[in-house]
Design a binder for this molecule. Structure first.
Ligand code: OAD
Length: 243
């Protein structure tokens, strides 16, 4: 890592990170695709869809409230904190996260782009009502909008839904103009980060990946650091920031 960073450091003008569930794993938030990602034998792909919500909104809400409960008791780890330090000390750092747990914000990242939304948002399916403050009553599911009485849903992106155009354009623009892309704790099972990484690579960016296991990103990464992001990322950030 040391040799690689010192050799290429002059190229790190714009740094971008894409994070996935792995960065929150050491905080105790279950990832999606490990066995601990299962809930009552359901997989995320069976519950995080508009069809699942249409068929059984109560079941989908139960899953989200279960996840909210887990996340509420967790705190950011050293990996999240390292990215805050990078944002504070590097003049041009940008963070894109697939995570909906809000732990980057809680750690102190100023403006992470939450491309899959935030699990604590409640959003009306019909009108433009949305709120993070509203407490959902788990005994009275699914919740309804106080304004128009339509169903409320969690403010996250589901499988089969389109990305918000503004967020997508911002991400693509950033990929076209980054010098170093950090891919942190994501399996590459969802196609958007794979597509974004490809754009960065084609635009000439260096790519460093941190993951416990090899992924679809690994073969094209310039440096693959295998292990836990909570341990490796603070070391990498120190290397990047050291003069
Ligand atoms: P996954 O659960 O698919 O993958 C988590 C990745 O983190 C795996 O590659 C693990 O090897 C890695 N990992 C686990 N612990 C780690 C650690 N301590 N340090 C480093 N890496 C570690 O999660 P995502 O890739 O984030 O989308 O999943 C992408 C999207 O699929 C999610 O945002 C969500 C999901 O369905 C939506 O809900 C739209």
């Amino acid at each position: 890592m040391k040799v690689f960073v010192s050799k290429h450091k002059h190229r790190f003008q714009n740094i971008t990170a894409i994070t996935g569930a792995g960065i929150s794993a050491e905080s105790g938030v279950p990832t999606f695709r490990g066995t601990d990602g299962l809930w009552k034998n359901f997989r995320a792909e069976e519950l995080a869809t508009p069809e699942a919500f249409q068929k059984n909104p109560k079941l989908v809400w139960e899953w989200y409230l279960w996840r909210r409960n887990i996340i509420e008791s967790k705190s950011p780890n050293e990996g999240h904190k390292a990215l805050v330090e990078l944002e504070q000390k590097h003049s041009n750092f940008f963070l894109i996260t697939q995570n909906v747990d809000g732990l980057h914000l809680q750690a102190g990242s100023k403006r992470p782009l939450e491309i899959h939304g935030n699990i604590f948002i409640n959003r009306c399916v019909s009108c433009d009502y949305q709120s993070k403050e509203l407490k959902i009553d788990s005994k009275n599911l699914p919740p309804h909008c106080g304004r128009c009485n339509s169903l409320l849903r969690p403010g996250v992106l589901w499988f089969g839904e389109s990305y918000e155009e503004l967020k997508l354009n911002q991400s693509i623009f950033r990929m076209q103009n980054t010098d170093l892309l950090l891919i942190l704790g994501t399996s590459g099972a969802v196609s958007m980060p794979v597509y974004l990484a490809q754009i960065a690579k084609e635009a000439g960016s260096l790519v460093i990946e941190i993951n416990q296991e090899e992924t679809p990103f690994t073969s094209s990464a310039d440096l693959f650091l295998q292990g836990k992001s909570g341990k490796i990322l603070p070391e990498l950030v120190q290397e990047i920031l050291s003069v």
